[in-house]
Design a protein. Structure first.
Length: 409
């Protein structure tokens, strides 16, 4: 990407024109002098490229394209809805949007790979699309991309950090109205990823600390980030890399809106790709994010191991319970959840399956007995359990494995 540098003082002035916080997420003025573009400049992955991609995607039988609103300059905000054929009303809903900040082309490249992977007919895509609905809004700020703005829309507003500003921008308004509507459906959004890219030249998630969320929420974040990292070893930073919301919930971002309204029911995270010369591997990133989403929702198994590793004895293994969340207030309304565990050894093993609260206190015994080698499924229907996130623990003779379980009473 060709870029034009300018002194930090000038960058501050330029950025200061909008309602922008220069220290937000992707942009770090302390370590970077800032970037500026000449008037005719367009960032990589232009509006024309998006239009061409949209035209191509619209040919695919599993894609539905709609326009959920218009930008300040009346450009359409395209939304792709991707799922397998058939009734999708009970499929898990996943949201993705990109390009709030025009300069962050890498977010678009990751988004394009995500869509292409979902439409590839791969085993990963098949597993995900048969049980999930993916909704992808590839360009939230088309006016900014066309104008060559770094971070703002046509009116000079940073849409990322002005989610609660009044009056609100039409791009924010469109997204919020759409979220509000689908969150009332039988299958509301459960995972929402906001794709950006950062001058830090690292791939990472913007992790929200307990001070701005909850202990239970941070465990969900940590789990999701670990799942993504397991699928891209060495490619994505641990959750400790960028910790935000350390002094409460800032009501400025789309993630704030999800947290303030829906708490642990929606895992809303910003993902930052690398905005620098060594960027790339968008396909690997896309598959890591998709795999993490699938395993987080319990629709995919853990990351595939090599056949030799599979044949090895790993003691007792525990899958994510399904459905999850479950309970009368969950979208499925399921009163019970299925728990699958495996004895990967050659001999029978004593197993005790228990439910604990987040402080580790035992709440219930789900199953106890001798597990023969192989897979076993048990159904669990809570009695007298309060709404919340719990730890499901399978204790074998040689160790214990745990999963988080979300019960919506
Ligand atoms: Zn950004």
């Amino acid at each position: 990407m060709i870029s034009f540098r300018m002194p930090a003082a000038v960058a501050l002035l330029v950025l200061g024109m909008g309602a922008v916080s220069a220290q937000d997420k992707c942009f770090d003025l302390d370590s970077e002098p800032g970037w500026i573009s000449p008037p005719a400049w367009q960032w990589d992955y232009t509006w024309q490229e998006l239009e061409s991609d949209v035209a191509q995607w619209s040919e695919h039988p599993l894609v539905d394209i709609s326009v959920i609103g218009r930008s300040v300059q009346q450009r359409p905000l395209y939304l792709l809805t991707i799922t397998a054929s058939g009734d999708a009303s009970s499929r898990r809903r996943v949201w993705l949007h990109a390009r709030t900040h025009p300069i962050e082309s890498e977010g678009s490249f990751v988004m394009r790979e995500i869509v292409d992977e979902l439409l590839s007919g791969s085993p990963l895509a098949d597993s995900l699309l048969s049980r999930c609905v993916f909704q992808a809004l590839p360009m939230l700020n088309p006016d900014g991309v066309v104008a060559g703005n770094a971070r703002t829309n046509a009116r000079g507003v940073d849409l990322e950090s002005n989610w609660y500003a009044s009056p609100s921008e039409p791009e924010v308004e469109a997204l919020r109205a759409y979220f509000t509507r689908v969150m009332q459906e039988t299958n509301p959004i459960e995972v929402a990823l906001n794709l950006h890219s950062s001058y830090r030249c690292k791939r990472y998630f913007v992790y929200h600390a307990t001070a701005g969320t909850s202990e239970a929420y941070t465990r969900l974040e940590q789990r999701f980030i670990a799942l993504a990292r397991a699928r891209f070893p060495g490619g994505i930073e641990p959750y400790t890399y960028f910790v935000s919301w350390t002094a409460g919930t800032p009501s400025r971002y789309p993630e704030s809106w999800f947290w303030l309204n829906f708490k642990e029911a929606v895992l809303a995270l910003t993902y930052e790709d690398m905005n620098c010369e060594t960027h790339g591997e968008y396909d690997k990133t896309a598959r890591a994010l998709l795999g993490a989403i699938g395993e987080y929702l319990g629709v995919l198994g853990p990351v595939t191991r090599t056949p030799s590793a599979l044949a090895r004895d790993h003691g007792i293994q525990l899958d994510q319970n399904f459905p999850n969340p479950f309970g009368p207030s969950s979208f499925s309304g399921a009163q019970e959840t299925r728990i699958i565990f495996r004895n990967t050894g050659r001999k029978p093993e004593q197993v005790r399956m228990t439910v604990h609260d987040l402080l580790g206190r035992k709440m219930a015994v789900v199953w106890e007995g001798t597990a023969a080698p192989g897979t076993r499924t048990v159904a669990y229907r809570p009695r007298g359990l309060a709404r919340g996130v719990y730890i499901l623990k399978a204790q074998g003779e040689r160790g214990a494995v745990t999963r988080l379980m979300n019960y919506l009473k």
